[in-house]
Design a protein around this ligand. Sequence first.
Ligand code: F6P
Length: 329
Amino acid sequence: MSPDARGFKPLSTVLSRRCGSDPALQQLLEILADTCINVAERLQSSAFRRNTTIAGSQNSNGDLQKPLDLEADAIFETHLALLPNVAALVSEERDDVHWLKEPSAGDFIVCFDPLDGSSNIDVGMVVGSIFSVFRLEEDHQPYDLLSVLSGQNQIAAGYALYGPVTELVLGMGDWIDGYCYDPASGTFYRTHPDMTIATDAKEVAINAAREALWPSPIAQFIRDCFTPKLSGGRGANMRWTASMVADVHRILLRGGVFIYPEDREQNARLRLVYEANPIAFLMRSAGARATNGRDDILSLPVNDLHQKVGVVLGACDAVTYIQTQYEKA
Ligand code: F6P
């Protein structure tokens, strides 16, 4: 496909160069892009089908599932099952690994949160999907899946944002590109090649309602952020949409830091495998850092498919500063 009139390259053209000698991965990423278009379309028609309320079930994290959580999950499965080399799926909405075939070397495993921030659906705010891709290697046998799913083994990751425009951010570890969906042509076009995060922490995304539970390095950093520059602080602004993809995307484009820490009672909110790891993988390519406060997210061992983790990610200087405060605490 050739560039459109504005000079933006279509996803398939970009991926054929980005994936080079890996047509199987290119095909998988294109299927994931189609999946996100399908989820976006389902969201757009949801109000008329009255299915934004609670489905009555809970996922393994204890979150109440909405019909759209389950529908988005089914859309991922339907699309991914079309490919003969996707061996298994790991979804926020499923307790266990969903095997599609007998695994063999070269097969893909795809982990995803089909509808991130779904509490925002009823009120028409931005939600998203997050996914990451692993490839089974000979030396992974006998396929101890938890060790395969270590953040460092991701070969690609992405997220979609369902807002005023359907956006897609994709990366393979050494690049990260942003795309916007053009409904007229049914195509994602690359609008943000080689994204890099701004170095200055201008904005902070944190759920301030949990302040009483913040560990002291976070409490101190946030106090400093919200102290005006005139008084010696960072003079930062706060934004919180309660949808990780939206908050992270804003931080990626404008600079800043996203924080959902493990609290003083050692509770965390976000999931390592299909939320924190893919986002950390993407952010690293954009020149950002992602830690749980102390350690790099991507280095953390995976002990459970639905394990939760504290997240501090964004501009390197802020993330490293917070890490130093944790080390001193
Ligand atoms: O995955 C859960 C999630 O919806 C994230 O997208 C978001 O960042 C967070 O939870 C919101 O948490 P809270 O309800 O505490 O604001």
